[in-house]
Design a protein around this ligand. Sequence first.
Ligand code: FE2
Ligand code: FE2
Length: 278
Amino acid sequence: MTFTPLAPTIRAEPTEVAPDTFVIHSVQPAFGAPLFVHLNSMVIRGAEPMIVDTGTIANRTQWLEDAFSLVEPDDVRWVFLSHDDVDHAGNLDEVMTACPNATLVCTWAMVERHTNAFHFPLDRCRWVVDGDSLDIGDRTLQAIRPPVYDSPTTRGLYDPTTQVYWSVDTFAVPLPDAHAQIADLEAGFWGEVMAMFALGGVSPWLSAIDQVKFGAIVDRVQGLDITTIAGCHTPAIEGQFIEQAFELVRNLPTLDPPALPDQSMLEQVITASARPAD
Ligand SMILES: [Fe+2]
Ligand SMILES: [Fe+2]
């Protein structure tokens, strides 16, 4: 049976965001809006190469090609799963099958929640929770939960060697152009779409939580010595933009969640797609 993706992705070449650290991209058109969303994962090509998240089902063929153009399957020693959402775990089975020498870095909670969809090879698993470290030969990574997340299993990943932080779903933004970079976004627009994504699509409860307590969570991550933020739904964030990004996130509890598209919007989309072309 041929798989026809319901959410086709737009090609974007992998980018090197730090020495031996590559982000694998695909870009998905947003539903019902002229916006585009990154669906990223990462490869760290160190002494013991690691794949961080496993892309989406819709982009499977291209994702596997991209990942294994950066690292040979037999050389992959670690597969870090940030959480068990389908946009991060889409090719988990394929990766663990293709990479016989890889250990899956996951958690008890992931096994509990996701075991109905994936047969965890328990003897190839390493359970790493928020606050744990992981030695991968030439560097010791730190699992640090990001401030904005949509699964209780979420852990981000900080590499002190390159100062890259994998922020998972934090800093997610839809883009006006499939290939736009953070520097292309006006500051006001960046804050607006980050709030829309965080409060409308990832963590709507942020508007109900204590700002001071949340600030301490933001401080913990911002206190890492980060020079590059790589995340699943954002172009890389670097330089002056890092501080701005944290301030935008810090402000989220002060905002109200946006109104989300409802049935009338769905009917408009269906009517528009059924209309014969001119
Ligand atoms: Fe998620
Ligand atoms: Fe995500």
